[in-house]
Structure formats: C-alpha cells, structure tokens
Design a protein around this ligand. Structure first.
Ligand code: SAM
Length: 662
C-alpha cells in the first residue's frame, strides 16, 4: 500500500514535470519541481520524458539542466524516438549535440566506473542476455538456415521463437565490397603476399572479396558455429590454397596467443554475431599486436546502434575514441545503403540497420609512427612502441577530457560534467573521397557540375601542396638561418674590426660588437627570406589559380542561368603549410541558412531523420495516445548497446544491460 502511494506520487510529479516543460514554464519553476523529487526517468503514456518535451521546445538551457540532473539520454518513446531524434527532426543542432554528447559521456563514464571500481560491489541493473542473441555459447548451439529469400537475396538466418533474425544478409554485400576496396587502396600491398585475418564467416561475402581482390598468401578465418563450418566445407573453403580455418571463437585463439603465432597480418576484419560492445572493445585491444606494421589495415562491421541515428552517432564516436586509446587512427567514409534496396530486403526478419549510410572505418597504427620511423631505425623499435603507447594514451586522455571535465562521480552514478566537442567540417582532401553535394546546395548547383568541379579543385590543391618537400624545405631554411649567420659572424666581425682588437672579452669602445651582430641579424633575415619567399610565391600562385578557376565558373554560371538567378559564390582556400586540407566555401541565398542537421542533410551523413516518418517533419507534435499507467522502464544512464540483430533492441523487451560495478 505504502509502495503504491510512493509510485503514485512519483507518477504525479513526473507528469507535472513534463506538463511544466510543455507549458514552457520558467527554468526556476522547473528546477523546483525537480527538487521536489520529480523523476527524470518518468515517461508518459506516449513514452515521452521531460527531455523529449524539452527537445520539442528547442530549449537548450532546459535540455542542459535536465541532462545535468540525470535525464536519460537514450530513453525512447512509443514510436522509438529518443529526445535526440526529436531535436534532429526539428533541425536543432544545439539540442541534438547536447543529447548526443551526454550519450558519449555516459558511455565513457560507465566504462570508467566499471574499470576503476572493479573491487567494489556489483550492482546489477538488469540480467545479462543469455539468449542466442546475447550469448555466443547459446548462439553456437542454435540452428542456422542458409537460404535465398523472396527478393533473391542470400541470407543466413537464426530461427527463434521470436521470429527470424538475419545473422548475415546479402544486402550487406556493398559494404563488404567497399571495405575490401578500401583495404586494397590503403594497404600499399598491391597484390602478392598479403596476409589476411577475418573473424566471422557468415555468408563468406567478405572472404570471397578478400580472395578475389587481394589474392592473399595467407587467409586465416575464425569461425565457431558448426552450421557455418559445414557450409564452408560444402563450398570448398577448407581446400582453398592459403586458407586456414580456426574452428572456435576468436577469444579462444587470442587467449592462447595462437593467432599471434602466424605473425602479423596486413588486413584484419571482424564481424561477429551475438557479441556486444565490450567484446568488440576487447578485440580492439588486440589489434595493434596483430597488425603487421604501418601499412597494415583494420576494419570492423560498424553496426553499433544502427537502428537509430543518435545511437549510431554515439557509438561511431565511441569506437573511434576506444581505437585511439590502443593507438589506432581511424578514417571514416560513407557507404550509401539505400540505393536499389527497399524495405522488402528485410522480408519477415528483423530490421537491424535503419540508416541510409554506413560509416566505414579503416584503422591503422597511428600516423606518428610514420614520422618516428624516419628518424628511428627499426632496431630501436621498442622506443617507438613506447612513444606510440604514450602518444595514444595522451590522445585518449585528451579526447576523454574533451568530453568529460571536472568529473564528480556521485553514488547514483551521475556525474557533474562539462562538455566540449569541435564541430565537424567537410574538408576537401586527397585522402578522402569527394564530399557529396550538400543538401543546401541542391537546386543551386547541379550534381554534374559538382562532380566535375570538386575533383578539379582537389587536383589543383594537390599540385600546390607537397608536404614532404615543404617539410624538408622548411627544415633546410631553419638550419641555414642558424648555420649561415653563425659561420659568417667571425668574418663580418674581423672585417668591421678596423683596429684589430680581436674578439676578446675586454670591452673596447672601438670594437664593432653591435655592428657585427646587427649585420648577422641582417644575414639571418636575408637567408630566411631566401627560403620563405619562393615558397610563399608558389603558394600564392596556387591560390590565384584557384581564384581564377572559381571566377571562371561563376562567369559560366551567370551566362547559363542569367542575371536574375541566384549564383552561388565559390571561394577556395588552398592548403597552407601546416594544414594539408583545402577548404571550399559556396554561398547560399541570403534567405537560406546553412544547416548540417536538415533531416535529409548530407553533413554528417550518418545523421539522418528518425525512422518514424511523423518525426521527419519540422514540427513534432505531442501525441495524445491511449491512456494507461506509464512504466519507468530504464533504471539509470545505462549502456545502450546490444547487438542490433537482437529483437526489440533499444527499449523493447529484448533490450539488455551489462553488469556494471559502482
Ligand atoms: C555477420 S556474420 C559475418 C558475415 C561476414 N562478414 C560475411 O561477409 O558474410 C557473423 C559470423 O560471426 C560468427 N561469430 C559469432 N561469434 C563469434 C566469435 N566469438 N568468434 C568468431 N566468430 C564468431 C558467426 O558464427 C557468424 O558466422
């Protein structure tokens, strides 16, 4: 009875809080309701929390306050939308970022808590998933079905009482193909002698591309599932030259250092099933030992949180940070997974990837090693390894401190934090594929024009940017500007020392100390100019060529569109000495604001409107659904990630939490 009263009181306060937010009550009033004990986790009958309502109001200060007071960043409403999705649908970048960053922070904090308090008592937030979706052992003892679905798509299905789930589906072919292409263009090992490790065979799509594209001399495949191993046998994988199949989980071979006995690999890929983010993170920790060297590359199936733009964004950032922590730099590119494929591809199976773009990661040992290798011979590799460790640790700490400042972890696992993260920019770089036509420019710049102009600018930029040459030239300038004045000083001094007093320490009025030093400074300036002027002139020529090119395009545009139409102004900043990226500014009509968060905007491309079409509108109305008692279904800012292929992911019955120690 007492319990019922307590719950009823919480429900009343929770509802009061949401109503106050929706009624746009002033922040001090809302703070009072929170201080009176209103639960921030409370969700009304539509699944809306106070944070959803604050995002709907586009009230940045309130979003900040609620998050600071412990609002749950990843609570989803009955339509599957988080508060971040609502901010996104309203094109509100500031609110979206606040919520997204709270997610990153919360995940990092959970990891800190679980690593730093290992000796403390364990609090179980929820039981860990022991079904075939969340436990590899349960998965291995379940049956798999290899078949072709109604769309003619090859699929490997796990059949359960809750319906079929695709362990691997043919539509992912494009992702696998692009990954292997990236491996090929990045590894520098054009063909022979490549050593490859792939974890998880599935349909063998990636393995087939690896064979065809890289023709590896050694191709190790780790696979534990008996049905998959049987399928591999029927396809003849056991007899392929250079192929070695390790039957079991990757954990068994890593623990026994068995994979290490093969020596380093040039290419490593992992894509497993029924594992969660912690398993992937553990695998990340082994990657630096497994990579053969600086030319070797690593990638993984980046499906974390892919049922929702916000969660995907959070986990993409997290995995980049975790990889940086072990000394791996990641470059991301986008693979369009919408073209030519519709909703039918899922058939009766669970939709585990709901976004239009896949963010493809390519990792390598951190770039600083390249530079160190230039100075330190291979024999002194231990030194570089130590420096690498220090650098990556420093990088991770600095990145982490960007997200978490003044961490004050209290007993309820809530932390008082400040957040900072730089705004992403789209650079034109030789290393990156050309950016897609930004949504804001559609209607002002034609796709063909864009496709022709961007490579032309990138090419021009690369002609006027030679980092190695510039580095050596500036090094020579530095040495010469010190060495030449130092070498000339005695000669200048003696030439000016008409009385021949010599350069002794007894001061004579007639000694030309000051004149000689002034002349040496003059020599220093002269030598510096000798090196800097040609470099500056070269850069200026590059810039003026870029200016001339964009001017010509503007004239072309004017001719074709006529004087009454809006003509975007193109401005190109060529690469400077220190920054290898060029930057292009294209103007919009004065009435149109640039946005990276238009529901269909390109930047950043993995962000897109929520899956729910109603939320894709600029206005997200409060929905009045049927009545009923709300269920507080989330007990703390717990980690969101489980395998997306698991049923009812994110907020549904199938959602699972890991144990954390607090
Ligand atoms: C999504 S599929 C891989 C698909 C593959 N990339 C392709 O291109 O077809 C996942 C595979 O990982 C395997 N797997 C699951 N847990 C594993 C583990 N701990 N170690 C190695 N493989 C695992 C599964 O049996 C399954 O064959």
């Amino acid at each position: 009875m007492e319990k019922d009263n307590e719950v009823n009181e919480l429900v009343v306060l929770g509802r009061l809080l949401i109503d106050a937010v929706l009624a746009r009550k002033p922040i001090p009033d809302i703070r009072t309701i929170i201080d009176d004990g209103a639960p921030l986790w409370f969700q009304d009958e539509d699944g809306w929390s106070a944070l959803h309502a604050a995002a709907n109001n586009e009230d940045e200060d309130l979003v900040k306050l609620l998050l600071a007071e412990g609002a749950i960043w990843n609570a989803v409403d009955n339509l599957g939308n988080s508060a971040g999705d609502i901010a996104l649908s309203l094109n509100n970048e500031a609110c979206y970022r606040l919520i997204r960053d709270a997610g990153i922070r919360s995940e990092l904090l959970l990891q800190l808590l679980s690593s730093k308090n290992a000796a403390a008592e364990t609090m179980l937030l929820h039981a860990t998933d022991t079904s075939a979706f969340g436990s590899t052992d349960a998965f291995i003892s379940s049956n798999l079905k290899y078949t072709t679905d109604e769309q003619g798509q090859e699929v490997c299905l796990l059949t359960t009482d809750e319906g079929d789930v695709g362990v691997m589906m043919g539509w992912e072919r494009g992702i696998m193909q692009e990954t292997v292409q990236k491996f090929k263009s990045n590894t520098g090992t054009e063909s022979t002698g490549t050593r490859v490790l792939n974890v998880g065979f599935g349909l063998g799509i990636v393995d087939t591309f690896l064979q065809e594209t890289l023709q590896p001399s050694l191709h190790v495949i780790i696979e534990p599932h008996p049905d998959v191993l049987h399928y591999m046998r029927t396809l003849g994988w056991y007899d392929k030259p250079g192929v070695q199949i390790l039957e079991g989980k990757w954990q068994s071979f890593i623990d026994k250092d068995e994979i290490l006995s093969f020596g380093g690999f040039d290419v490593i890929y992992t894509d497993t099933f029924s594992e969660n983010y912690d398993d992937l993170r553990e695998f990340f920790g082994h990657v630096p030992d497994l990579l053969a060297g600086l030319d070797a590359r690593f990638s993984f199936f980046n499906g974390l949180g892919a049922t929702n733009a916000l969660f995907y964004d959070v986990y993409t950032h997290l995995s980049e940070l975790q990889l940086a922590d072990v000394g791996i730099d990641v470059e991301w590119s986008d693979v369009d997974v919408t073209t030519g494929r519709d909703e039918k591809r899922w058939g009766e199976t669970r939709k585990y990837f709901a976004l239009p773009y896949y963010r493809l990661p390519i990792g390598r040992l951190c770039e600083i090693l390249d530079w160190l290798e230039f100075f330190i011979p291979r024999s002194a590799r231990t030194v570089t390894t130590w420096l690498l460790f220090l650098r990556s640790h420093f990088y991770f700490s600095s990145q982490q401190s960007k997200y978490i400042r003044n961490v004050d972890v209290r007993s309820d696992a809530h932390a008082d934090v400040q957040f900072y993260h730089p705004r992403p920019r789209q650079y034109l770089s030789r290393k990156e594929p050309p950016p897609l036509l930004p949504i804001e420019l559609q209607g002002h710049v034609g796709p063909e024009t864009w496709a022709m102009r961007i490579p032309a600018l990138t090419m021009l930029a690369s002609r006027f940017h030679k980092p190695i040459f510039e580095g050596l030239w500036l090094l020579a300038a530095f040495i010469a500007s010190i060495a030449v004045p130092a070498a000339l000083y005695p000669t200048i001094f003696h030439a000016l020392d008409k009385n021949g007093n010599g350069n002794n320490f007894r001061f004579h009025d007639d000694q030309p100390f000051f004149q000689a030093r002034a002349a040496t400074v003059g020599v220093f300036i002269g030598v510096s100019l000798l090196f800097w002027v040609p470099l500056l002139v070269w850069k200026m020529i590059g810039q003026s060529r870029a200016n001339a090119l964009v001017k010509r395009w503007s004239e072309d545009d004017l001719r074709t569109k006529g004087p009454s139409a809006f003509i975007p102004v193109w401005k190109m900043n060529m690469p400077s000495f220190w920054n290898s990226s060029a930057r292009l500014n294209v103007s919009l009509p004065p009435s149109q604001l640039p946005t990276t968060f238009h529901p269909a905007a390109y930047l950043p491309s993995w962000i897109n409107g929520p899956v729910d079409p109603a939320a894709g509108m600029y206005y997200y109305p409060v929905q009045n659904g049927p009545g009923g008692q709300p269920q507080p279904n989330i007990a703390g800012n717990a980690g969101a990630y489980g395998d997306e292929k698991a049923p009812a992911y994110m907020g549904g019955e199938g959602r699972h939490y890991d144990d954390i120690k607090v």
